[in-house]
Design a protein around this ligand. Sequence first.
Ligand code: S6P
Ligand code: ZN
Length: 188
Amino acid sequence: MEFFTPFNTYIDFDEFTFKPEGEVIYRNLSDMDYMYQDQKAAQKLLTEDPVIYEFYTADIPEKKGHLRPVMSIIYPGKVGKEYNMTKGHYHEKEDTAEVYLTISGQGKLLMQSPENDIEILEMEKGSAGYIPPYWAHRCINVGDEPLVFFGVYPGEAGHDYGIIEEKGMKKIIVEENGEVVIEDNPNY
Ligand code: S6P
Ligand code: ZN
């Protein structure tokens, strides 16, 4: 492995800035509108094309041996009755884990095993959710403020969006009469 110099990344826990910024990725609704159940609502919102989430990664090689820190911000909102969420992915190198430390907001960490078992962890300030190797992971903002979390994952992990882009995950998280409800994904 090549020589690398230690360095700090600074996260502002009030302003949610991440410095020095490496890559910043923005996901607007148009990047994932097909992932929501209510296509009528999605197409209507597309005229505004809101940013659903953004994430910041440090400039660290995507290679075995390294660890990549990341800060993600999911903005509050819904598409139809379904809460704003990340696309969700498996790691391309499946036997790699990840940890998500919630900094602010209220969310759900939805995970799915290769056998299609589902586990859902609460995301709230101070929760450090463990995503074991092989599990797909998606975060859902069920609150009314930004859901902000810091993650660390192995450099070689990569992202596999394939099957989730095709049919989503087994469960969806929606608002019903003001309550957060976990439902079966009708397209699954
Ligand atoms: C990477 C890690 C996060 C997500 C980010 C966005 O392994 O899990 O950095 O990439 O939260 O989610 P997604 O599903 O769009 O990659
Ligand atoms: Zn991941």
